[in-house]
Write a new protein. Structure first.
Length: 266
């Protein structure tokens, strides 16, 4: 069994402000270390469930937050960015059986995490896919499912956990904290590690046929930009349409085209 892990930081236990996500700030180290602990726990859970290969994509900011040497022996780590539209799950293919998401967060336009965003905290006010508020989890879970890889686990804020189970009630989740406005209510970091390890093991022991997330036949993506010049610029992407001063729409029949539009227009 091959297991893929995509790891972010804005949903790890204890995180609250943007400075804690940034390498240039002294308080980053504490939360980078918690990100690593939660990823290690997911790897350990997968190995305990019988995974023969585990690949981790470091998917936060520079893509250089994790070190290969701190992960369990035998785990492979993808660092930095290839430039491929698959972005946070680049490296995934049909040879993988399942995928887990660690440290994920609520989307732009939600009130479940002070750090809520979708692909860009600077440019995007809101992103909707087929009418639904779109998270980074939604996008990359659809990429995985398109390759017949089953999303089985997610950890992060309570809001993104709820959204994940709305997609598929079989997905195992661990809510590391609840957010309201700029405030966050967290579980203990050690408890998060224990729950993630056990949750991944439980998820991977489920019958993959029980998971119900499907890939739509048609996609409509609407991006609400914070600045109207960005919406105007994106409207020149082939096939894109202006909806209003701040909103650009793009339609496609596959998730790769949606991800390609995002890569060039976000």
């Amino acid at each position: 069994m091959r297991f893929f892990i995509s790891a972010d930081i804005e949903g790890v236990t204890g995180i609250n402000t943007w400075s804690e996500t940034n390498k240039s700030n002294p308080d980053y180290r504490e939360f980078r270390d918690q990100m690593a602990r939660e990823v290690i726990a997911a790897c350990e859970g997968a190995l305990a469930a019988g995974a023969t290969e585990v690949v981790v994509k470091d998917a936060h900011d520079s893509g250089r937050n994790l070190s290969p040497g701190e992960l369990p022996k035998g785990v492979k780590l993808i660092r930095n960015w290839s430039g491929h539209p698959y972005s946070m799950v680049w490296g995934i293919d049909q040879g993988f059986d399942a995928i887990g998401f660690i440290g994920y967060h609520s989307p732009s336009g939600s009130n479940d995490n002070p750090l809520a965003h979708t692909m860009s905290s600077n440019k995007i006010s809101e992103m909707r896919l087929n009418g639904e508020l779109c998270s980074e989890f939604m996008l990359h879970a659809l990429v995985a499912r398109n390759h017949s890889v089953v999303p089985v686990f997610l950890s992060g804020d309570a809001g993104i956990c709820k959204r994940a189970t709305n997609f598929d009630p079989q997905i195992e989740t661990v809510a590391t904290f609840e957010g309201t406005g700029n405030a966050t209510l967290h579980i203990h970091p050690d408890e998060a590690v224990e729950l993630i390890r056990a949750g991944v093991t439980k998820a991977l022991k489920k019958d993959k046929k029980a998971f119900s997330m499907s890939v739509p036949d048609q996609f409509t993506l609407e991006i609400n930009y914070k600045k109207h010049p960005d919406a105007y610029r994106a409207s020149h992407y082939p096939g894109a349409q202006v909806v209003s001063a701040h909103i650009t729409k793009y339609e496609a029949q596959n998730i790769l085209d949606i991800m390609r539009f995002i890569m060039f227009c976000v």
